[in-house]
Design a protein around this ligand. Structure first.
Ligand SMILES: Cc1cc2nc3c(=O)[nH]c(=O)nc-3n(C[C@H](O)[C@H](O)[C@H](O)COP(=O)(O)O)c2cc1C
Length: 205
């Protein structure tokens, strides 16, 4: 797959076929993920792969975090939120939670986060290249103590995202980016004068 085809063809997938993903394929995505650029080669990424029945264990931990210490007044809404999260966690056959380890100072922690974010993009592109669909999701649930313990996230690590992974059951979505010239300054020669926004995929509006 050509690089442009890979980058433009990837899209966030929210609707998955329940068909399981072969572990070897998940492993190949992770193996490619860690070839992200990484200052001082700190290798700051931590991945926890949650699949099949383990999603229920994760949903139970989310439930514990959301309902722990909640007053009886708020118990119903906490239960409703936990149920909503449980359904979401079962929407994809595989979830890969990604945390970034702390650096020895604030700058290194930030650079670790950047490297781990680059690894997540590698993961998304690899999944796309192997015919899988994926989406990068975030959420407060991944910060809870029961969830962090279950996912074995390193002490003090920063949550970067959870990649929901599986075979896509989603139709091609129309995606849009504004002209890159709106976000670019050229110093010296070389501006191509690009002023076109880009829209790809999906049905015409
Ligand atoms: C850091 C980060 C967090 C995201 N969190 C969520 C999320 O919680 N829920 C969600 O539906 N999409 C989430 N996304 C996916 C974006 O919504 C998606 O990338 C955006 O709509 C552009 O669509 P595309 O990926 O198909 O180009 C997140 C993306 C990033 C980079």
């Amino acid at each position: 797959m050509l690089i442009e085809e890979a980058i433009l063809g990837r899209q966030s997938v929210k609707v998955f076929d329940p068909k399981p993903v072969p572990p070897e394929l998940i492993q190949r995505c992770l193996t490619l993920a860690v070839w992200a650029p990484n200052h001082h080669l700190t290798e700051p990424w931590h991945f926890t792969v949650v699949s099949g029945a383990a999603r229920t264990v994760l949903a139970d931990a989310v439930h514990d975090d959301l309902t722990q210490g909640v007053s009886s007044l708020n118990a119903l809404s906490a239960e409703a939120k936990a149920l909503k999260e449980r359904r979401k966690l079962h929407s994809a056959p595989v979830l890969i939670a990604v945390y970034s380890t702390l650096g020895s100072n604030a700058q290194q922690t930030q650079e670790n986060y950047a490297a781990t974010a680059a690894a997540v993009q590698n993961l998304l592109l690899s999944a796309h290249g192997f015919g899988l669909g994926a989406i990068w999701r975030t959420g407060a649930i991944y910060h809870g103590p029961a969830v962090r313990t279950l996912l074995q996230s390193p002490e003090g690590s920063v949550f970067v995202g959870t990649v929901f992974l599986g075979y896509s059951a989603q139709r091609d979505i129309r995606r849009h980016r504004s002209p890159v010239s709106h976000h670019t300054v050229w110093l010296g020669d070389g501006s191509t004068g690009d002023s076109e926004s880009q829209t790809i995929g999906g049905d015409p509006l």
